[in-house]
Design a protein around this ligand. Structure first.
Ligand SMILES: [Zn+2]
Length: 137
């Protein structure tokens, strides 16, 4: 089972690396992300940099997935262009990913330390937006 999971994680990293290699361009698109849905579908995206706060690849991926009818993700990974390898999500993305997909696993680490960790582990003592919507029934 562990080996199978690791193989799936490797495939996801390769999917993101392929997009990073072939689709990232200039300063606007420097990161690629790949996410795997529960049914095995893989969704990919690149960031859309802008000085006003353009979204990271992980955030673009959430919208891209929804546009394809994918509303749940099991695992996500981001890879930098110019062979930078796996890049961990920024703080904003950690919060957004936790709120959208509480059970999500995020692939982090470089080389033989690459591993999938629960998004909750990347944001200890986190603010959970849904817990504070007191007027919602
Ligand atoms: Zn981010």
């Amino acid at each position: 089972m562990t080996t199978q999971i690791q193989q799936l994680d490797h495939e996801l990293i390769q999917a993101a690396a392929q997009v990073a290699r072939t689709r990232c361009r200039g300063d606007n698109h420097t990161m690629a992300a790949a996410g795997r849905a529960p049914d095995g579908r893989i969704v990919t995206a690149v960031n859309a940099y802008h000085f006003t706060g353009g979204p990271c690849a992980e955030l673009v991926l959430i919208g891209t997935a929804a546009a394809q009818g994918v509303y749940e993700l099991d695992t996500i990974v981001a890879v930098g262009d110019r062979d930078r390898g796996v890049v961990p999500p920024c703080g904003r993305c950690r919060q957004v990913l936790l709120d959208y997909f509480p059970a999500l696993k995020v692939i982090v680490g470089a080389g033989d330390r690459t591993r999938a960790v629960p998004v909750r582990d990347l944001l200890p003592e986190s603010y959970v937006w849904a817990d504070h919507q007191l007027d919602a029934d």
